[in-house]
Write a protein that binds this ligand. Sequence first.
Ligand code: PLP
Length: 398
Amino acid sequence: MNDTNIQDVWMLEPDLLFLNHGSFGSCPRPVLEAQARRREQMERQPVEFFVRRLGAAYDEARAVVARFLGGEADNLAWVPNATSGINAILRSMDLRPGDELLTTDHEYNACRNVLEFAAARADARVVVAEVPFPLSGPEQAVEAIVERVTSRTRLLLVDHVTSQSALVMPIEALVRELRDRDVEILIDGAHAPGMVPIDLGALDVEYYVGNCHKWLCAPKGAGFLHVRDDRQASVRPAIISHGANSTRTDRSRYLIEFDWMGTADPTAVLCVPDALHFMESLLPGGWPELYSRNRDLALAGRRVLCAALDVPPPCPDEMIGAMASLPLPPGERQLPNSALYADPLQDVLLEKWRIEVPIIPWPASPRRMIRISAQVYNRIEQYERLAEALAKVLASNA
Ligand SMILES: Cc1ncc(COP(=O)(O)O)c(C=O)c1O
């Protein structure tokens, strides 16, 4: 597909410069059309769809997605989103007083809340490793995390790609470091599938949670949980339903329970293979070309912004996937009322310049940050326009 056709398949507002694929993704038209066809089947004969067909349809999608992720289909359960998957794991843990749940200060707020909730119920505690940002390399992140592991650490929750700081974390190195430490690992891959290659088999962690609506561009409502088989017996969905006393023996209790969490629209999940194939078909080199094109664009966009704002890149190129964050210039300090999606600079960029890009409060730094995303529909001129807008708005604030 050429660039013009690629632009056309996304439904993004034509006059909007959209540089925030990372927050919620955006689903291309052909995938939404596939979903509409599935919805029609669902509504034409709901009993046939839910009772007689859904199990097999879930299995088909599971097989395709597990292959893409290098995982095992029997380990892959569907959840509506990453938050639900993380809830299932943490609420299933048999925590004891004094146990420690380790995470980083880059963790996404919603997931940090799940840790706090699970810890509070058991009189356990959340330990937060401070990963510097800016940082000089992945080894700084590994060191900051590993030095907080103690004999009480039960689980490490770490993002594959962090949300605010947009770092690709060195998860393979972390897994190697923790292999003999008796610490379970839960990787929050909300941003990773479709942004960076994943090999769940090689990674071999207890738990990996991912979203399909972000960088795989599936419809919203499609996430997954990949639980190693030696942990499946203890993992229960956050929603208990029919599976809890099912007498079926044709598949694991784990899959039976996650496959039915009450009536909901399963078409987003069923369309994940459509999204995978569609995205793969956009460029002649398929997924590898898409990964490297988006990454190259994120890096190029970052160079443009760094030059315009006169700030150095806060992390090495090797820690960048398809997003990049950088601190705003030194004058742009934290504001008392700045919150995610509620920053005056973000509002001006949207209202005056029609640019959607997040300005991020970052408690660990005195300065706020900007995060750019690079999806296949973005172009370098868009980051140049953002740089021009930022330079003008910041100069007029000065
Ligand atoms: C690192 C990380 N974890 C979890 C989530 C939550 O994803 P969801 O809202 O789809 O559950 C996000 C969302 O952006 C995220 O960036």
